[in-house]
Design a protein around this ligand. Sequence first.
Ligand code: C2E
Ligand code: MG
Ligand code: MG
Ligand code: MG
Length: 284
Amino acid sequence: RSKEKGGNSYHYYHPDMNKRSLHKLNLEIHLRKALERGEFRLLYQPLVDLKNGTIRGMESLVRWQHPEWGMISPAEFIPLAEETGLIVPMGNWILKQACLQNKAWLEQGYNPLCVSVNISAIQFHQPQFVSVIEETLQESGLDPGLLCLEITEGVAMNSGPHVMETMDKLKSLGVRISIDDFGTGYSSLSYLKRFRVHTLKIDQSFIRDVTSDEDNAAIVTALIAMSRQLKITSLAEGVETREQLEFLLAQGCDEIQGYVFSKPVSAQEFEEMIRQNKQLFLTK
Ligand code: C2E
Ligand code: MG
Ligand code: MG
Ligand code: MG
């Protein structure tokens, strides 16, 4: 329960409220404060082009840097942020930060990179979503083609008129769309035809055992082939080993992301990588 008073919400609880909801309530209050105090920060993980092993973009991944609890992973707080609606202001901040950072690197003379930003379904379904994207691009001065929105199949699959309209507007703005965690959500593929997304990110659960599990190998092979036929960029997520990389190269996968090249790093560390033109060594 919550009450509104003077614009601030405060909370009270019933004696029968269980421990879990108390814990959640507490977290929610902390989450709200964290946003005001600027305790969130973005890490960047390189997206590597397998044609030449160079960095072609980066995914922004949010972290909560709590003064006492330390670094908290998004798996812990994104679901709660979604439940409470805090994901909207938080997501706006993330979007802005990622665009400003990408623009700053461009202005420093680095090669143009495309920054990928994770978009929660709650954000996507906000009536103001497209105008938020538009404003963020304007305010940051970033070329729309250098912003990629990562959405999950669940969002893209919903073929209601609102989703269609939003996708079309985003497309006419010129931003890119990736389907994140591809293969783990709904099985309907018809949206791929309807929306012409830019990239399919093959979920890391298929990549993990790709060199030992025949079924995963078959799925990954088929997804890469399908992407190629549809002229959609294929990207393998969570590539950790040289063996996985060799498999993906042999199948003609376009791009990879994973510890085999780099884990997500701070903006400073990422800048160091692009300054040194860090490259993935490819045996061909
Ligand atoms: P995701 O979008 O699928 O992001 C990829 C996740 O895989 C990241 O976890 C990344 O650190 C991890 N990863 C990358 N390479 C490897 C690898 O080689 N091995 C393994 N084991 N893991 C790898 P992270 O940063 O903990 O993020 C988890 C999820 O939280 C993301 O999955 C995304 O769904 C969500 N998330 C992260 N940042 C944001 C954000 O800014 N907004 C929203 N809405 N969600 C976010
Ligand atoms: Mg993602
Ligand atoms: Mg993913
Ligand atoms: Mg994921």
